[in-house]
Ligand binder design. Structure first.
Ligand code: KG4
Ligand code: ZN
Length: 340
């Protein structure tokens, strides 16, 4: 009986966002994220600065999550935290904090894989959306990962293919950097892309295995293209910003859709769920919606706040594991390179 009325605190600190959330029976009561602005000046996440900022943020962020959920910490049934993958210094802050709190409250500790959490975020209760049915295909697209996963059950997932070099979020961010846009540039490319012509410029899509991704060649192609054009017209970027962004986004989204089509062909599964920061992208969201009518797919797109790094996704995995008694001991350690 006890397991049907649970309050789980989720803690996420794998990269540059310090986040805490409370979930009660699948519903989000609070979802707090402190994003670290300090990295903007460096054009990317500086690991040492990230772990220091987590140290500063973690106590106030957890406090705020409990306050917004309107519960006392004594009501919590378990603490779920991101064990990995991610930056070691960042992971250590959340891991140590979660362990101490669980020990202090004498409640179970639950280790969560960040990449599983991006996928299982689809199981957060949401009036506007149904949940995927097993088996389904998940495309996890973030700043650190690009994977196609066959999800057989909550904790039974197979990676069908992944990137052999950069992640798709990096491709967006590095392209943005070439255009002189601040970090993280993905959302800005998306913003300008919506005002431009996606067919204005053509970039070749990298050729690798059916379910593999490669983005480093695309970045180089964009760099050479910009160098060539600015040599002719120093204002080329300013004059064509929207068209350049629309063309880059179109190439990347088309490439992601090609891979999904391959996955559907190979597995015969037409249920597609996306997750990770890049699933906030308007291009991929539109392309997936269109595939519902043109290809007969059923697609699942999480609300924005559960796409980018957040702790609600950690807390929902915590709840799912809590129901199955999948607890961790106090000697559990953070793991920078955790597999699915
Ligand atoms: O999942 P996430 O918050 O952090 C990681 O685990 O990496 O993903 C962050 C990535 C960044 O590369 C960011 O530029 C990208 O997601 N991103 C976007 C958009 N919003 C975030 N990329 C393209 N279009 C967007 N709208
Ligand atoms: Zn992530």
């Amino acid at each position: 009986m006890k397991k049907q009325n649970t309050y789980i605190l989720g803690i996420e600190s794998s990269c540059d966002d310090t986040a805490a959330a409370v979930i009660h029976n699948g519903r989000v009561l609070s979802n707090v994220v402190a994003s670290q602005k300090i990295h903007e000046a460096y054009g990317g996440v500086v690991p040492e600065l990230a772990s220091r900022a987590h140290q500063q943020n973690i106590v106030p962020v957890v406090h705020q999550a409990l306050r917004r959920a309107n519960i006392d910490k004594k009501q919590l049934n378990a603490i779920a935290f991101t064990q990995g993958p991610g930056l070691m210094g960042s992971l250590l802050v959340g891991t140590s904090f979660a362990k101490s709190l669980a020990m202090g409250l004498d409640i179970p500790l639950i280790a969560v894989n960040h990449m599983q959490a991006h996928i299982l975020a689809h199981f957060i209760e949401n009036e506007n959306q149904s949940k995927p049915e097993f088996p389904f295909i998940a495309l996890t697209i973030s700043g650190g990962h690009t994977q196609i996963v066959k999800v057989n059950n909550y904790f039974d997932m197979e990676v069908l293919g992944e990137t052999i070099d950069d992640a798709v979020g990096e491709a967006f961010d590095k392209s943005a950097k070439i255009l002189g846009l601040p970090y993280p540039g993905g959302p800005l490319i998306d913003k300008y892309a919506q005002l431009g012509n996606p067919k204005a410029f053509k970039f070749t899509k990298p050729k690798v295995g059916d379910l593999e991704f490669s983005f480093s060649g695309l970045k180089t192609a964009i760099l050479y293209f910009i160098e060539r054009e600015t040599a002719k017209n120093p204002n080329f970027i300013e004059d064509h910003k929207n068209d350049i962004c629309a063309s880059i986004q179109h190439t990347i989204v088309d490439y992601l859709m090609d891979k999904l089509k391959n996955a559907v062909r190979i597995t015969n599964i037409k249920q597609i769920a996306i997750g990770g920061g890049v699933s906030a992208n308007s291009g991929i969201r539109t392309a997936l919606k269109k595939a519902e009518t043109t290809l007969g797919w059923t697609t699942y797109i999480p609300p924005f706040e559960y796409c980018t790094d957040n702790a609600a996704m950690i807390a929902i995995v915590g709840e799912l594991k809590y129901k199955q008694n999948l607890f961790s001991e106090q000697d559990v350690i953070a793991s920078a390179r955790m597999k699915l």
